[in-house]
Design a protein around this ligand. Structure first.
Ligand code: PMP
Length: 394
């Protein structure tokens, strides 16, 4: 027993080193990482360009707080907005903070521009959402564990079924300032909506004068085969939350990109963070943008993603999986219900064979390998998943 609070249930591997798609435990054993920090490690462990950028900055300056300026913050904002085709960037640290920032921006815009009385703004969100762990975000979670006696909750959210445009239409009224959804629901098990959903949301938001806020903390920055998942549907959000991979798996870096007329309403004193946009964060964030700008990694996510989904479909056809969902280099798979085998048991069987994945919701596994993974390593990972499932088939 240590002093650590037991608010997670990790697999019992103790990792001490990582490189690319591979990690080592403290005994020197090697594992292939198919989880990649839930998409925080899109570029693999310790990508040389990212490590070099952080090293260089570490020798210069690490923190100013936002009380003073430093030379990397504006270039980072300019580079990230160029990459994402947006106008403004407001830097934060964690994904949850980015979502909180978007909620505050939408409510402030609702009051100042739309004339929704202060305290009456509503935001439409989707069942099965995951946007973080703060009190306000927890208020509209539909996960019973996340919502287990943490009240009183923050009012102002209307939960409708995911991928149901009519439910959103029915939930929007004169108080509604935003619709906030994940373009692909990550924690829910990599749930991809029907192709027309996001365009229909965009059109509905346009007609009703409501902001479309997309949480791309997990889906963004290459994972789906495009820089943003919304680009798969040719949709442009008003505000987009980014996090995870923005820090290259090295540092917590997040923020909101989007419309200038909305984000510029967050004037001095109204919002901020001591660490948001710090020099180290900007150094790694700029290097992350540099990795994504050429588009090769997005292309890799498409081609390796097709390989991943082909491999998983084969396992499904062999009766080893109930369902395979996902897009790009990202998949959620369900262990057959009839087996009575947990996702955890599959992950343990995989770890025993040197491949790491992690279960969610009982019998679901999420796979999000680094976009830099070698194709032969990906094939190896899929083969080990198949072998592990086979070993547990009743
Ligand atoms: N939004 C989404 C879509 C996420 O997947 C997550 C993390 N899983 C978050 C927000 C929260 O990010 P963080 O844990 O950095 O607060």
């Amino acid at each position: 027993m240590s002093a650590l609070v037991h608010n997670y249930e990790p697999l019992h591997v103790v990792l001490s080193r990582g490189e690319g798609a591979w990690v080592h435990d403290t005994s020197g054993r090697r594992y292939l990482d198919l989880l990649a920090g839930y998409s925080a490690l899109n570029f693999g462990h310790r990508h040389p360009a990212l490590v070099a950028a952080v090293h260089t900055q570490l020798d210069r300056l690490t923190l100013t707080s936002r009380a003073f300026e430093h030379p990397l913050l504006e270039p980072f904002a300019d580079a990230l907005t160029r990459l994402t085709g947006t106008e403004r960037f407001l830097p934060m640290n964690t994904g949850a903070e980015a979502v909180e920032t978007a909620i505050k921006a939408a409510r402030r815009w609702g009051y100042l521009v739309r004339g929704v009385p202060d305290g009456e703004a509503t935001i439409v969100v989707a069942a099965g959402n995951f946007h973080g762990r703060t009190t306000t975000i927890t208020s509209f979670s539909t996960d019973p564990d996340a919502h287990d006696h943490f009240g009183p909750y923050t009012p102002g959210f209307r939960v409708v079924p995911y991928d149901d445009i009519e439910a959103v239409r029915a939930a929007i009224d004169a108080t509604t300032v935003a619709v906030l959804v994940e373009p692909v629901q990550g924690e829910a098990g990599v749930v991809v909506p029907t192709p027309g959903y996001l365009p229909a949301l965009r059109a509905l938001c346009d007609v009703t004068g409501t902001m479309l806020v997309l949480d791309e903390v997990q889906s963004g920055l290459g994972r789906t085969g495009t820089t943003l998942a919304a680009q798969l549907s040719d949709v442009r959000a008003d505000l987009t939350c980014l996090g995870k991979a923005l820090g290259g798996g090295i540092l917590p870096v997040s923020g909101v990109v989007g419309r200038a007329d909305v984000l510029d309403l967050l004037t001095p004193g109204t919002h901020g963070s001591t660490f948001g946009g710090n020099p180290l964060a900007c150094a790694v964030g700029l290097a992350v943008v540099g990795l994504l700008e050429p588009g090769d990694l997005q292309e890799r996510a498409r081609t390796l993603g097709a390989r991943l989904h082909d491999g998983l479909d084969e396992l499904r056809r062999a009766g080893l999986l109930d369902a395979v969902r996902g897009v790009g280099l990202w998949a959620g798979v369900d262990v057959p219900d009839a087996w009575g085998v947990t996702g955890r048991a599959v992950c343990e069987a995989m770890a025993g064979r040197g491949v790491l994945a992690k279960e969610t919701h009982g019998r679901t596994l999420r796979l999000a390998p680094p976009l830099t993974i070698r194709s032969e390593d990906l094939d190896h990972g899929i083969a080990i998943l198949g072998e592990s499932l086979e070993s547990l088939r009743p």
